[in-house]
Design a protein around this ligand. Structure first.
Ligand code: MD3
Ligand code: FE
Length: 200
């Protein structure tokens, strides 16, 4: 089936079988032993509802000092390597791109959400972002280059892979809510979202 495509935004729903998704969750558990989830605060000091960690050369951090990419976890330890299965996926979906330097790991409980924002802390905005959703479904909202402009909402399901290139790469987007108990992948429920990015 052709991927659903809205401008430079594609959703691929058939990359990860349930078995592949379970393997990926195992690989992520391994990453999170080395780099445990933490709760970031915004520069204004408000705790984010999403828990975060990362794999790769850089992880994305938010604290009272601001937003930035860091080569180490808040513990001072290096981030774990990006699981090979994710690098394989990246190479097959965006073969022309540089390799990702960050795999941000976002964990949502049933009350978590993410406000509308742009991803713009990366140096080369011509490089794509690829995301993988695992576990409970999430209501994803895609806008355009202006905050408050027209938006479109789509439910992201476990195993969905979203590729953002071109104008979609700099568009506003967010997660309005999670649909609790909509997936059996994670034994305690919730949602994991992975975003692979080129940082430098
Ligand atoms: C559109 N994550 O980590 S994934 C983020 O589900 C983030 O956790 C959301 O937004 C989540 O920054 C959305 C889909 C996604 C990822 C990156 C994008 C959409 C995007 C980059 C540019 C535009
Ligand atoms: Fe984002």
């Amino acid at each position: 089936m052709a991927p659903l495509s809205v401008r430079d935004f594609e959703i691929h729903s058939e990359n990860f079988s349930p078995k592949h998704q379970r393997r990926l969750v195992e690989a992520l558990r391994h990453c999170l032993k080395q780099a445990p989830l933490f709760q970031p605060v915004t520069p204004r000091g408000t705790p984010m509802s999403v828990r975060m960690s990362a794999a790769g050369t850089y992880g994305w951090i938010s604290d009272r000092t601001g937003y930035r990419y860091e080569p180490v976890h808040p513990s001072g330890q290096a981030w774990p390597a990006i699981p090979e299965v994710l690098l394989d996926m990246w190479r097959s979906l965006v073969p022309q791109a540089r390799l990702p330097e960050c795999c941000l790991i976002n964990w949502y409980d049933e009350t978590a959400k993410m406000g509308m924002h742009q991803d713009r802390d990366e140096a080369d905005m011509t490089q794509p972002v690829v995301s993988v959703s695992l576990g409970d479904e999430a209501l994803f909202r895609m806008g355009n280059q202006t905050r408050g402009g027209k938006t479109e909402s789509i439910w992201l399901r476990s195993g969905d892979v979203v590729v953002m290139t071109g104008s979609a790469r700099t568009a506003y987007h967010g997660i309005d809510r999670i649909r609790p108990n909509s997936s059996a992948l994670l034994p305690n429920g919730g949602r994991i979202n992975l975003t692979l990015r080129v940082v430098t």
